[in-house]
Design a protein around this ligand. Structure first.
Ligand code: PGA
Length: 246
């Protein structure tokens, strides 16, 4: 069976002080989470601190990105080995904010995905359509293409080593979550593209997940958890979402 998984994406938020407060809120409020896999993805520069603070906990952590290169003259980039060195389990790849603001193509995202799995870092592959694409009824096309770019590079067995996050761009940070049915439709499509290889692959939903919307989303057959942005910055809200995933 697939393990329910909740991942917090802090994006470019929090200070060193906020990081300590947030992590301490998570560890001290850690009740009612027994089966779910929980992880947080702070900014790179706080990873070492988070690693130290989470040492005795059941909470895993990861980065918000990873380089497609193994090492070398790539100023400003961080490799999979470096993340593993700090104890990272995950790296988000292909978040829509990076696709949009850093101009990351699906091919580059696929290269990052491959760089992660080669080293045993678990990539969380984000896919999702814009509002315009949804209105043009191109959701499956867009999500399918984003997914296929990675399948073409690492095969279905490769993709199955990661986690997939369906994040409709229009639902991210807007307070406008997809309905559970809308999300389920796309999750089922992703599951179908993955075929039997994807039977054990967690497919998370992301986009304005809040404590009061989480349970209905998680009740859907193919929604295995969430990638949480805004609500992961409040320990109580994030914990409530983790409990809803149980
Ligand atoms: P949100 O962000 O929960 O703030 O909408 C989700 C994400 O971008 O991963």
């Amino acid at each position: 069976m697939r393990r329910p998984t909740v991942v917090g994406n802090w994006k470019m938020n929090a200070s060193l002080e906020d990081t300590a407060a947030l992590v301490s809120g998570l560890t001290s409020g850690w009740t009612g989470v027994h089966q779910a896999e929980v992880a947080v993805c702070p900014p790179y520069v706080y990873l070492a601190k988070v690693a130290e603070l989470l040492e005795e906990s059941n909470i895993a952590f990861g980065a918000q990105d990873v380089s497609e290169h193994e090492s070398g003259a790539y100023t400003g980039q961080i490799s999979a080995d470096m993340l593993l060195d700090l104890g990272c389990k995950y790296a988000i790849v292909g978040h829509s904010e990076r696709r949009e603001y850093q101009g990351e193509s699906s091919e580059l995202v696929a290269a990052k995905f491959e760089a992660a799995i080669k080293k045993g870092l678990v990539p969380i592959l984000c896919v999702g359509e814009t509002l315009e694409e949804r209105e043009q009824e191109r959701t499956f096309d867009v999500v399918g293409q984003q997914l296929r770019a990675v399948i073409d590079r690492v095969g279905l067995e490769g993709v199955a080593k990661g986690v997939i996050a369906y994040e409709p761009v229009w639902a991210i940070g807007t307070g406008r979550s997809a309905t559970p049915e809308m999300a389920q439709e796309v999750h089922a499509y992703i599951r179908e593209v993955m075929g039997p290889e994807g039977e054990h692959t967690a497919i998370l939903y992301g986009g304005s997940v809040k404590p009061d919307s989480a349970a209905a989303l998680f009740a859907q057959q193919d929604i295995d958890g969430a990638l949480v942005g805004g609500a992961s910055l409040k320990a109580e809200d994030f914990l409530a979402i983790c409990r809803a995933a149980e």
